[in-house]
Design a protein around this ligand. Structure first.
Ligand code: AMP
Ligand code: ZN
Ligand code: FE
Ligand code: FE
Length: 282
């Protein structure tokens, strides 16, 4: 069976492999296609696609946006986007500027708490185009020995409401979906079970997003149980969404989670792409 992975991060955001190495690694792991879905940036797509073309790996241009939904942050993936579109590039430069200001404030907060971390400590594994996220802060705290794991860094310092958390500007879900559509893409709700929502709240979210034009739901995901996958497939039918799948691979920034297989038993069939392509042609 041909297998794929539609949720992958490179070191242009908070993964640790460069976009070209990511393509080589996906091919080495036997995948037929990946979607590069870095946070708030498309700067890795060209290099990843170029390497993919050389080794017969399909690379779908993607992105992962964060959006505000009540007091929650939800993630919306865009697929088949035109990564050169001026509208997209304009929106992204605003998000990246807001991240830069937020990162400076987070460094100040960490320093005040007694962790002498500098911007230089965030750059390991990165490139000149990297968009820095809280995952870079977690990696720096971990590498300096201030926490025992990256997740401890989020639990104690970086998570929402914790002492070093700083809010940044987000799109609304409608703005994310609209931007993705305007640049030719399909919009998909990422990892629906990572939010603090019960079943009826998830239903309400999907009802709202579908009315805003959502196209798909990330059904296969590294942490989803068989029961969760079944529930999501049934929601896909209810809301006429296509199911997608991805591991959310971040290289060494998510230890134990591998491309394609997630924590071991994830399998995303190539056929998932056919439904997406059909929708794209409508
Ligand atoms: P940001 O977009 O800067 O708020 O950072 C979000 C990124 O941090 C996510 O995409 C994950 O890669 C990572 N992250 C968020 N929460 C956690 C957590 N509890 N444990 C590990 N990584 C996390
Ligand atoms: Zn990430
Ligand atoms: Fe996400
Ligand atoms: Fe992700």
């Amino acid at each position: 069976m041909k297998l794929i992975d539609l949720h992958v991060h490179s070191n242009i955001s908070d993964g640790t492999l460069s976009p070209d190495k990511l393509a080589l690694y996906a091919k080495h792991k036997g995948l037929s296609a990946i979607a590069l879905t870095d946070h708030d940036t498309v700067a890795g797509i060209e290099a990843c696609t170029h390497q993919g073309n050389l080794i017969d790996l399909m690379v779908i241009p993607g992105i992962e946006f964060s959006a505000e939904y009540g007091d929650q942050e939800i993630h919306i993936l865009g697929y088949y986007i035109d990564s050169h579109h001026p509208l997209l590039l304009g929106q992204l430069s605003r998000l990246i500027e807001s991240r830069k200001q937020r990162n400076m404030l987070m460094l100040e907060k960490l320093n005040k708490l007694g962790f002498p971390i500098t911007a230089q400590d965030l750059v390991s594994d990165s490139s000149s185009q990297t968009v820095f996220t809280r995952a870079h802060f977690a990696a720096a705290l971990y590498k300096k020995g201030y926490v025992k794991s990256r997740s401890e860094a989020f639990q104690k310092y970086l998570g929402k409401g914790k002492p070093c958390y700083v809010k940044r500007s987000h799109f609304t879900p409608e703005e994310c979906i609209d931007t993705i559509h305007r640049v030719g893409g399909l919009a998909v709700l990422a990892h629906p079970y990572l939010y603090d929502l019960n079943n009826s709240q998830l239903y309400a979210l999907l009802k709202k997003l579908t009315s805003d034009g959502l196209d798909g739901l990330e059904t296969l995901y590294a942490t989803h149980s068989k029961e969760e996958v079944a529930s999501l497939l049934s929601l896909c039918i209810t809301f006429r969404l296509f199911p997608t799948g991805g591991s959310d691979f971040h290289g060494d920034n998510k230890p134990g989670l591998d491309i394609g297989i997630g924590y071991g038993d994830l399998q995303i069939p190539y056929d998932v792409l056919l439904a997406m392509e059909k929708k794209l042609q409508l």
